[in-house]
Design a protein around this ligand. Structure first.
Ligand code: GDG
Length: 471
């Protein structure tokens, strides 16, 4: 019987280690939930790195525990983590794909490890893959994997989905190993991206860098038709709707009402990353207070930055710059009873996030570049009274779907400041009209829908190829 194999850099599990004891907990991210309907069934399986270096003596024991959860580990050494993950993935692909190529460091050793670790993933996949199986690979850490598997198992169906943007050719061409990366991707039968622009950029790069023929969204690679298409990812909408009525969320919502009363809350939630536009957002909020001083003591910016990669110099510098700017804005505008920015550098339980999504009058999401951006959709899904305003960057994939947000260019500080003013003055009727439209989109194109669509299309593409071969 054929099965489905999901492959991603990280397994959907959190492993913590204390005094040599390892504790495993399933992670609750949207992707893990969405793909749960697949990998938990029958012989299906999810392959990936457990997220930390596991002492060799404990590897068999953890493997056993993971097997019970239909998960299969790819163990990585510290050197592999440093060079394949921190290095090639996060210091080359991440910045270039987010249009921040000045941050890229094209080290040969990064490439060597990227190749080595992708081969390691291939070996683990091949231990379990059989003819007729469907393999779904996720994201930029594994660009070589489709090609590596195809070389050894020509008949399996391979899908690949990219969660981050695919940059324009002028950016992509900068990467020394650009052709090898594209050849790796073309091992898939179906390549999925969040937006039309991403798939278009991919197709453009392929036709300009490789000797292949392409027509519309079909690339002919070694007599195999490879299809690139758009699958905008959704969220677990039902979960956020349910959270809005959860007793713990309602309790926290009451506390927020007590603490902030009639003060308008502008909410911003991101991982620490230079692609998220956090400094520009702070500058815009400062300009807003300067342009519209009548809002002093009437508005706060509630800003959560979730720690990430902060041992890397650029991230540490960004964190310091955010600390300084938030501090200086608070020092400049604060009064005895009020300070304009509540800034947190840590993560919170999802119940707290849900309470904030419910409470905040404005969701402010202004990344410089973002594959999709799920926070914007979670804010919308949580607005059960159909009020509130979303301000959204045109550089986030989500802006293609959430067209009733106030759409801004995140580099235009003045435009963000004016959008804040417009949002605060938007009549309730207008808020409701916009929010209802967006809620319909988020509810319909949810994560389960996305998974179903991608899997169905992959089956279709595979059948199409087989019928072409039979002719
Ligand atoms: C990549 C792409 C694309 C945040 N803070 C806390 C917390 N979160 C959760 C949010 C949301 C998720 O993390 C962040 O998702 P994003 O989509 O905004 O961003 P990335 O992590 O960069 O994800 C992105 C995505 O892949 C999917 O394809 O949209 O463009 O970069 O779900 O709720 N969760 C909890 N506490 C926090 O403090 N529990």
């Amino acid at each position: 019987m054929s099965k489905t194999i999901i492959v991603s850099n990280r397994l959907p599990v959190k492993i913590t280690e204390k005094d040599g004891e390892y504790v495993l907990n399933p992670s609750e991210g949207g992707l893990a939930t969405g793909l749960g309907s697949i990998y938990r069934q029958g012989y299906n399986i999810w392959i990936g790195w457990p997220g930390l270096e596991v002492n060799e003596a404990y590897q068999p024991q953890i493997r056993e525990q993971l097997t019970e959860m239909n998960l299969m580990p790819v163990y990585l050494t510290q050197e592999e983590i440093n060079n394949y993950y921190e290095g090639f993935s996060n210091e080359i692909l991440w910045p270039v794909f987010h249009y921040m190529s000045v941050y890229a460091r094209y080290e040969q050793v990064y490439w060597d490890y990227y190749y080595q670790v992708n081969s390691k993933f291939r070996d683990v996949v091949l231990q379990v893959a059989e003819p007729g199986d469907v393999i779904w690979i996720h994201d930029y850490q594994l660009l070589l994997l489709p090609g590596m598997i195809r070389a050894e198992a020509p008949d399996v169906a391979i899908g690949y989905f990219q969660h981050i943007p695919f940059p324009s050719f002028e950016l992509f061409r900068l990467i020394p190993w650009r052709a090898e990366l594209l050849e790796g991707m073309l091992g898939a039968d179906l390549l999925g991206f969040h937006t039309f622009d991403d798939s278009h950029h991919f197709l453009n790069a392929v036709t300009r860098l490789l000797p292949v023929n392409a027509s519309a969204n079909v690339v002919m690679a070694n007599d195999r038709a490879v299809i690139a298409e758009t699958f905008p990812m959704g969220i677990d909408n039902a979960k956020f709707e349910e959270l809005s009525d959860d007793p713990e969320v309602l309790r926290q919502l009451e506390s927020l009402k007590e603490a902030f009363g009639d003060t308008h809350m502008v909410l911003s939630i991101d991982r620490l990353d230079y692609s998220k536009g956090i400094l520009q957002r702070l500058q815009a909020f400062e300009l807003f207070l300067q342009l519209y001083p009548e809002y002093v003591e009437k508005v706060i910016l509630y800003m959560i930055v979730v720690p990430s990669r902060d041992t890397v110099t650029q991230y540490k510098e960004l964190r310091d710059a955010i600390d300084r700017l938030a501090g200086s804005i608070n020092a400049r505008f604060r009064t005895i009873n009020w300070h304009p920015i509540n800034y947190f550098y840590r993560s919170f339980p999802v119940e707290t996030l849900a309470a904030l999504y419910n409470f905040a009058d404005i969701g402010l999401v202004t990344p410089m570049r973002d594959g999709m951006n799920l926070v914007s959709k979670e804010y919308v899904a949580s607005r059960k009274h159909n009020n509130g305003v979303l301000i959204l960057s045109e550089m986030a994939g989500a802006s293609k779907e959430l067209q009733d947000a106030l759409i801004v260019n995140p580099n235009n500080i003045g435009a963000i400041a004016r959008a804040l003013h417009e949002a605060l003055n938007m009549p309730l009727q207008e808020q409701t009209r916009r929010m209802k439209q967006m809620r319909q989109v988020v509810a319909k194109f949810n994560i389960a829908h996305w998974v179903k669509l991608f899997m169905a299309r992959l089956q279709e593409v595979k059948q199409l190829q087989q019928s072409m071969l039979a002719r």
